[in-house]
Every structure is written in structure tokens, then in C-alpha cells.
Write a protein that binds this ligand. Sequence first.
Ligand code: AMP
Ligand code: ZN
Length: 303
Amino acid sequence: MQCALCRKTAEVNITRPLCGECFLKDYESRIRRLIQREKLITPQDRILVAVSGGKDSLSCAQVLHTLGYPIAVLHVDVGVAACTNPRTRNVVERFCEERGIPFYFLSFSEYLGVDMDEFFHKARRPRCATCGMLKRYVFNRFARENGFTKLATGHCADDVARYFLKAWVSGSRESFLWLEKLKPLTPSPHPMVVARIRPLFFSLEQENYAYTKLRGIVVAGCTMCSFFLRKDSWTEMLHRIEEVRRDFALAVARTLARQPEKGEANDTFQECQICGEPTSREICAVCRVRERCSPLTPTGKTG
Ligand code: AMP
Ligand code: ZN
């Protein structure tokens, strides 16, 4: 098969056949145009990229770096060995070292001063939901305390489509209102909340995977939620829909990006009475669980 742009032999065929060189150019320039069009990054911004070590967030960091934006990277040990471990940390640290990108690391357990098994148990919710809540808390707090003005994540069109399906099927008001904010840029709603950017909003998982391959980036995928091994029902649904409507994920991402924010989300913040972080309740969700856990002693054991 020939490259649709230059007629050389195609190496990638995701939305159309492209040779490696044309794919890289096309992928990066689409993201550059998105950043400029939606003003994701301004010259004054200090950008922190949250990188798990998987193909999406590494692609995000690589593109921003290639496009010349100064970035720093944060990798978090979430306390679930299948998700983060010494290998994921090494992969992200090496990636940064090789490119001269400042690297930051922290562990949920040390940051919160609790044992993560106990925290996940006491949270009484699925681990992924608790982990998601902690990531939002820790990313925001770390970014703000270290003077970053934008927090970039590797969320891509497939993630957006999965959120969309979940929100519609669960019917929960919160997830519905959250969809309103799911855009390439979520501006800061409060001085203590750092703005979010999602430069891969219109990129597909398969494209991110091809990008890391072609750029020779070493990836350490989470064995629970990596692209090839992800087995949750939302991914399965998405794949089935895409058998009949190939551009479903992109179409959803485009639709959501165009929706005006109705401003119905609960954006009234107060400071958590325990940790001081912004929250809609008196005590934030993280502190409510942490209060039920025993504190870690200096040796790392629960006291
Ligand atoms: P997930 O919640 O696993 O779908 O991840 C969403 C985004 O959060 C990823 O694209 C990354 O940007 C970021 N992220 C997830 N896990 C980590 C981690 N352990 N350390 C740093 N960033 C992460
Ligand atoms: Zn709190």
C-alpha cells in the first residue's frame, strides 16, 4: 500500500495509509494546530505533564517536547504494582533524562502517609475510581505547589468516548456535568485549581501507539489498563461500535469539544478543613478516607 501523501510505502494505516515520516509530521502538526487554535498553551505557562509510562502519556510528553514547549514530567507510584512499579518509574525517568526534561516522582503512600492497601480498602469503591480521585487531588496539589500553570494528561479520543458512554449509561448527574468540562482545555475554575490540557483529545490510541513505535520510545504499559490488555466492558463496547461506525471516538470527541459549557457544574469551592485543598464539601474526599486509615510510622509500617 502507498502513502496517501507521498506515495512511498505505507507503514501505518489507521485513518489512512501513511509512511512513517508523513505519519509523524501529520500527527504532530495536528496537535500543534489544536494547541494554537484552542490556546492550550500561552508563552507564560509552566507545563507539568503527568506521565504513567504508557503510550498515551509518553506520546503527550514527546509531542510537547518535540514542538518546543518547555515541560516537566510527574510520575506517581499509585501503590498498585500492576499499574506502577520500579519499571514504570525507570522508563519515565530514562525518557526524561535522555531529553533533558525535569523529572518529578512521588508515591501516593508517602504523600498521604498511609498504606495504600488500607486506603483502597477503606475507600469502599472500585480501585480505579479511588485511584482516579487520588490522581486528580495529587496532580493538582503538586502542580500548584510547584508553580505550574497547566497540567497536561495523555487523555485521548478513545478515553473521551469511553467517558461519554459511561456517563450516558450510568446516568449519574456528576458524570454528566463532568462531560461538559471534558474538552481539550478545562480552564481553572478557582485559584487553587490548576487548568487542565489534553493535547491528544483528537488522537486515537492506535495513533499514539504508532507514534511511540516510530519515535522509538520505550513504553511500560500498565497490565490492567494498557491498550492491548484493557478488557473492561466500555472498551469492548467502543470496539463493537467502531465495527459499524469507524470514526465513533473522534466524532464523540468533536461533538463534546463543541458543546458550550452551561455552567451547571458545582463550582463552589471551599478549603478542606483538614488539608486545605479545594473541595465542594467541608472535608475533601481524600481526607474523608485518610481519616479512617492508620498513619504510617517512619519505618513505613502502619502504627
Ligand atoms: P488514567 O486515569 O489511567 O486513564 O490516566 C489518565 C492520565 O493520567 C494519563 O494519560 C496520564 O497523563 C495520567 N496518569 C495516569 N497514571 C499516572 C501515573 N501513575 N503517574 C503520572 N501520571 C499518570
Ligand atoms: Zn482534605
